[in-house]
Ligand binder design. Structure first.
Ligand SMILES: [Zn+2]
Length: 264
């Protein structure tokens, strides 16, 4: 972590939360719980210990003051196994839920120092909100229930139509496509745009005649010859680039208005 990272307004709070999660809300030396815990340097600063998270533990006031600046092994001289376990634990990576929680606290601490208001929120609090508003679990209802409730405890109404955003990517870096034996076929074109369009662009097509006569809105897959594949709401047709009007450049995402797919 860089210099100055400890100066954010939330840092003290987030650091304490991080250490409480990491050390199980107990004094690492005597195991006492439910008392105020102090941040202790495993290796004292007077002995070259750093402020890095891996050097910080939580200790009750009596343990902290009796340890003083002594090395852990000396303070815990009668309990060498505990000393060894602490030193090993401090270096060990965090696991599972602890990783998630601690990463969240560390991330909040880092973001908080940028000056932007940052707050953390847990899945449990989201689920409590969802229950309060009587919503079923879905990405949309979670999005409505994350964070502090509006003042006055307004009821969140389920949105009838929501904007659904999906990832489509921006194409491929591959310059060849293998044939069915795995040998590369002639290289793909180096350009992405043909006749002013790139794959993924949102267009409106007006087809004047033929089987597919009509107007369509959808995303194109471009081909060098000028006849593109257009994926619209109910199928896929071939269109000529001269029949198209660009509505939006492809940006790697798909946008659709629709019902919450998981909602009731
Ligand atoms: Zn203690």
């Amino acid at each position: 972590m860089g210099t100055g990272w400890r100066e954010g307004p939330l840092f003290g709070f987030e650091l304490r939360e991080y250490l409480l999660v990491r050390w199980g809300r107990a004094c690492v030396y005597c195991g006492v719980k439910g008392v105020p815990l102090q941040i202790d340097h495993l290796r004292a600063r007077s002995r070259g210990g750093t402020d890095r998270l891996s050097n910080l533990v939580l200790a009750c006031a009596p343990c902290n003051s009796s340890k003083g600046g002594r090395p852990v092994a000396e303070f815990l001289v009668g309990r060498p196994e505990l000393a060894a376990r602490l030193l090993a634990l401090a270096k060990a990576p965090l696991r599972d839920a602890a990783v998630m929680n601690s990463t969240r606290y560390a991330l909040c601490a880092r973001l908080g120092q940028s000056g932007v208001p940052v707050s953390g929120w847990s899945g449990g609090r989201t689920s409590a909100n969802r229950a309060r508003f009587g919503l079923r679990k879905s990405h949309v209802s979670d999005a409505l229930c994350v964070g502090e409730s509006p003042p006055g405890d307004r009821i969140v109404r389920r949105a009838a139509v929501v904007l659904l955003v999906g990832c489509t990517g921006r194409g491929s870096y591959r310059r060849t496509t293998p044939d069915r034996f795995g040998f590369p076929r002639p290289t793909r074109p180096r350009r992405k745009q043909f006749h002013g369009y790139a794959t993924g662009d949102l267009v409106r097509a007006t087809v004047p005649r033929g089987k597919h006569r009509g107007r369509y809105v959808g995303r194109v897959s471009v081909r060098s010859k000028g006849t593109f594949a257009l994926a619209h709401a109910s199928g896929r047709i071939d269109v000529h680039h001269s029949q198209l009007v660009l509505l939006q450049r492809g940006d790697g995402y798909r946008y659709d208005w629709g019902r919450d797919p998981a909602g009731g």
